[in-house]
Design a binder for this molecule. Structure first.
Ligand code: ADP
Ligand code: ZN
Length: 709
């Protein structure tokens, strides 16, 4: 078995033209019989690394996978691509399992998914001995490590695999593994000199944005309205806010459901199903939602609250854009969230509280970053990058610094004059001259800096104070009700003329708003038509998926639909060129999609638009309606020769066009002879040779027929 064969299978079954970085090397190693450890981010394309060897090699590959719900999806997805796949877990009835075992022994299954519990059972052991085992894949391999949060005791029993099947290669795959876990995977599975592939954890298709957490609900409503019909998740800290955010969205005409651990399991399952099947686009959920969902077309993720660490955050935003198409992420950040988080962490009173607090701090630093956010994320995962990513809010709108010495002095002086007894919010009220009770009761309206910062909004002040905390000009006394404290550095600013540079974030927001409003840029027609067709295809996908009882993204990914909407294939052959369309998908869905594209293009063209890919399609549609080539030409105001060449093209692409009727046998023989003598012969050459005895369009049709013989 070799790479060209693997590539052919990739196209035939999955409809992809080339391997992603890493995949080819990994597959070569597997085909060479080596053990392999694969570390790739979610959506990186791990599955292909064992699925392609499983399909191309003789025998069966056993895949151990811990999430039963996911197993079903994966097998469905494979079957929809024409791959012989099946699964065994506790949900499979004994009788079905026996039938499956028969198929397995007879070599009729290429990929068998199995839960860890089953994998270590005695029956299964016997079964494994009876089949022609070509590869063992251990998915989510980090579950083997007690250090991780997904520890599965059964995984530690998987050592038997290598002992019992020493000659079968094992491939272990995970999206989350630090060095310790990696070591665990290697030793616990007893891998023999495994090759290790560690790919970048970067997900360049995910945009990153952090916004101050003011008026979150309004912002979310706007955000979602701009992404009509797209699937997305709003992660909230509390169960209550999942409900209130969902209510707010519904109130604004956006279909949204909520999900949290407090709901009965039947309701949770229903919400999940509705999301997967594109019936409900938006889910407001606690972080319990998302595990065990393979939905590739989640287009955005919002964090309503600050996550408690970067690992969790990265995993959650990672649920967006698994199909590799552009997806947006948005995090709301406020100081109050940090306080809440701190309280939760210390109330939990776990023994590694300090570790958790420092992880929270790193999360906070990310949210407050003034440099490229992706750099911070990747550095956190020990991946060094330099340069700006161009797809985060900081890169898109670099912050503007200004001399903030006076601003800082006002704040510090107020802290000084209130004898370091106020927290962030009260300080802001004092600076802005609020008449709030707490201000008046404490006589804070009499201090010199009262109202001295009224020219800035509360949001601006929040940002300034954040930056001052980061600069060490202020500290929070967490043990004294979170009041602000002065530091040595603050004295330098107050009394020794130290300069302070600050950034005004709202100016970034303002600039963005301005740009959006002062350029009332309607989308160019070309883009609008593409979007319209995409919507049409998306709806068709939903209907077909429902009929088949599979999730829409299993029919086609968003990426495939986007390509269809842009390329507008008109023949089966062209349809196969779309990434994600393999032989089985063409067979199952080619007709309805081609028809929808044709209808759309023809409809737009009759409206007088010049639409890409239209000319063949219009001819084709008229032909299908039974018009003669001459009538088509007249109708369309084009030359009949052009119509004949359209028909010849469609015929060559394998479409059902009977061009034989236009060419006599006698003429065809003459042309075929010329073609057989020199298959590079052009119509012009033949035309000249016969000195006009053969009409041009007859030659064109005859050549197509001769080629097809
Ligand atoms: P992972 O298991 O690493 O999270 P998947 O194997 O589910 O990722 O792959 C993520 C997406 O990328 C899927 O939609 C998959 O079909 C697609 N994909 C995988 N390999 C390729 C490839 N070589 N070319 C294009 N798309 C690919
Ligand atoms: Zn960036």
């Amino acid at each position: 078995m070799d790479i060209p064969t693997a590539k052919k299978a990739l196209k035939e079954y999955f409809g992809y033209d080339s391997f992603r970085p890493g995949q080819e090397e990994i597959i070569s190693s597997v085909l060479a019989g080596k053990d392999v450890i694969v570390l790739m981010p979610t959506g990186g394309g791990k599955s292909v690394c064992y699925q392609i060897p499983a399909i191309t090699m003789k025998g069966t590959c056993v895949v151990i996978s811990p999430l039963i719900a996911l197993m079903k999806d994966q097998v469905e997805g494979l079957k929809s691509n024409g791959v012989r796949a099946a699964y065994i877990n506790s949900t499979v009835a004994a009788i079905d399992q026996r039938a499956l075992e028969n198929d397995l022994v007879r070599g009729k299954i290429d990929l068998l998914y199995v839960s860890p519990e089953k994998a270590v059972s005695r029956d299964f052991n016997a079964l494994m001995g009876a089949i022609d085992l070509n590869l063992i894949a251990v998915d989510e391999a980090h579950c083997i490590s007690e250090w991780g949060h997904d520890f599965r005791p059964e995984y530690t029993q998987l050592q038997f695999l290598k002992k019992q099947f020493p000659r079968t290669p094992v491939i272990a795959l995970t999206a989350t593994a630090d060095r310790l876990t990696r070591k665990d995977i290697e030793t616990q599975l007893g891998l023999v000199k495994p090759e290790k592939y560690i790919s970048s954890f970067d997900r360049p298709n995910l945009s990153l944005e952090v916004r101050p957490g003011r008026k979150r609900l309004e912002q979310i409503v706007d955000f979602v309205k701009n992404r009509k019909g797209q699937s997305g998740i709003v992660y909230c800290l509390s169960r209550k806010s999942t409900e209130s955010v969902a209510a707010k969205l519904n109130h604004n005409g956006i279909k949204a459901a909520y999900y949290h651990a407090g709901l009965p399991s039947s309701q949770r399952a229903a919400v999940q199903e509705d999301f997967i099947n594109d019936n409900v686009p938006v889910i407001c959920a606690t972080i319990a939602f998302g595990m065990g969902i393979d939905k590739s077309n989640v287009r955005w993720v919002i964090h309503y609250n600050l996550p408690k660490n970067i690992e969790g955050y990265y995993q959650e935003i990672g649920r967006a854009g698994r199909d590799g198409t552009k997806a947006d992420t948005l995090l709301f950040y406020s100081y109050a969230d940090v306080m809440t988080m701190r309280n939760i962490l210390s109330e939990n009173g776990s023994n590694n509280e300090n570790v958790q607090l420092s992880k929270l701090e790193r999360m906070q630093q990310y949210a407050e970053s003034l440099i490229c956010r992706r750099q911070i994320l990747l550095n956190y995962f020990s991946e060094n990058t330099d340069g700006n990513c161009g797809n985060c809010d900081i890169c898109k709108n670099p912050p503007q610094h200004f001399d903030g010495t006076v601003v800082a002095q006002k704040a510090l002086s107020a802290v000084y004059r209130t004898r370091m007894r106020v927290g962030v919010n009260l300080l802001i009220d004092i600076l802005r001259g609020s008449k709030r009770r707490e201000v008046m009761d404490n006589n804070y309206h009499t201090i010199k800096t009262y109202g001295a910062g009224a020219e800035y909004s509360a949001g601006d002040w929040q940002q300034f104070i954040q930056q001052m905390l980061n600069l060490g000009l202020l500290e929070i006394a967490y043990d004294k009700k979170n009041v602000l404290q002065l530091t040595d550095a603050s004295e330098e600013v107050l009394f020794k003329g130290r300069k302070v540079e600050l950034v005004r974030m709202t100016s970034v927001m303002e600039r963005r708003k301005q740009r959006q409003s002062d350029v009332p840029r309607p989308k160019p027609v070309r883009e609008r038509l593409r979007d319209e067709l995409f919507e049409k295809l998306r709806e068709l996908r939903r209907v077909l998926a429902k009929k088949k009882g599979i999730p829409p993204y299993v029919v086609f990914t968003d990426a495939s639909l986007e390509e269809m909407a842009a390329e507008r294939p008109s023949t089966a052959d062209e349809f196969l060129q779309i990434s994600g369309v393999g032989n089985k998908k063409l067979q199952d869905f080619g007709r309805p999609f081609l028809k929808a594209i044709q209808e759309y293009v023809v409809e737009k063209s009759t409206e007088g638009r010049r639409v890409k890919g239209s000319t063949y399609l219009i001819t084709y549609q008229m032909y299908q309606k039974g018009l003669s080539p001459e009538d088509i030409a007249m109708n369309r105001g084009i030359h009949p020769t052009t119509v004949y060449s359209h028909l010849a093209y469609l015929f060559e692409k394998g479409e059902d066009v009977d061009i034989k009727q236009y060419v006599s046998d006698f003429d065809l023989e003459k042309i075929a002879l010329e073609y057989n003598a020199d298959n590079k012969v052009t119509p012009k050459m033949i035309f000249e040779k016969f000195e006009g005895d053969l009409e041009y369009h007859i030659i064109r049709l005859g050549l197509s027929l001769a080629k097809g013989r």
